[in-house]
Write a protein that binds this ligand. Structure first.
Ligand code: 0L1
Ligand code: MG
Length: 265
């Protein structure tokens, strides 16, 4: 167990407070306002605890995600470092199914290039080339992020502890091998109710989504963790995220990876 820290804060309490906010669909202020001792290393330990608690309720670990990999996202958040987090089987939305807004706080949608791994990938020392060789299939997808912090206002340790705002994600029906497309040039056009609101290419994700995958493998390797064959990896939002309002549909049109849509109901 983690030793008690500032004003009764422990890493267990950080995980429990964020899980309660998620379960009760309520936002809260940044934990670092109350617990300035929450640094990046302890935030990742809290993130691991939070996910262990989800797994203890029967959820399965199915992959990992990167967050804040694009300049657009980093600029909006005022944070200049990417981060990693975990995906569980409670998060995927099957194709054509809506997002149930009653289960979420203030969801936002962002386009993602999604990998499914054919082999384990363990850092350190993973290059983008090695990372891409471990990818079995590529999909166009979206992520619904839903920070447990009010107005998406947080520091890097806050958002790391919050499993990088993870909530839901979806993948399109088109699947390609990584050598069947140019991932840096692959474009995603984001529409809300048929009107384009943003667009970006895969180059927005750390220069190339494979660089993001290598970054994840190396960052997890530093923490003694690795990516597993069969896992899904969300490589990071290509554009900034747009709010998903009741009755509204967000559609992402990829150049080669098809079209994915999600409606908020
Ligand atoms: O997937 C993401 O880029 C989310 C990272 C966390 C920051 C946010 O909530 O926008
Ligand atoms: Mg994302």
């Amino acid at each position: 167990m983690t030793a008690p820290t500032q004003a009764g804060w422990t890493l267990e309490r950080v995980a429990d407070e964020l899980l309660a906010a998620e379960a009760e669909r309520r936002d809260r202020g940044p934990i670092t306002d109350e617990f300035p001792g929450l640094d990046l290393a302890s935030a990742y330990a809290a993130q691991d605890l939070l996910v262990e608690r989800k797994l203890a309720t029967g959820e399965q670990l199915i992959g990992a995600k990167l967050g804040l990999t694009s300049e657009a996202k980093q600029r909006r958040m005022g944070i200049d470092a990417p981060l990693t987090a975990w995906l569980t089987d409670a998060m995927p939305i099957p194709a054509g199914e809506p997002a149930l807004l009653g289960e979420l706080i203030h969801p936002r949608v962002e386009p993602e290039i999604v990998f499914v791994l054919g082999e384990d990938l363990a850092g350190p020392g993973v290059t983008a080339e090695r990372a891409l060789a471990a990818v079995d299939r590529v999909y166009g997808g979206y992520e619904i992020i839903d920070s447990r912090y009010r107005d998406f206002k947080f520091t890097l340790p806050d958002v790391v502890a919050d499993n990088a705002s993870s909530a839901r994600f979806g993948m399109g029906a088109v699947e390609l091998r990584p050598d069947e497309l140019d991932l840096a040039a692959e474009e995603a056009i984001v529409e809300v109710d048929g009107t384009e609101v943003d667009r970006a290419t895969g180059a927005a994700v750390q220069g190339h989504p494979a660089e993001a995958l290598a970054l994840a493998a190396n960052a997890l390797g530093q923490r003694g963790r690795s990516l597993k064959a069969g896992w899904v990896v969300l490589t990071g939002g290509m554009t900034d995220a747009v709010f998903l309002h009741p009755g509204s549909t967000v559609t992402v049109r990829f150049t080669n990876l098809g079209t994915v849509s999600v409606k908020g109901v």
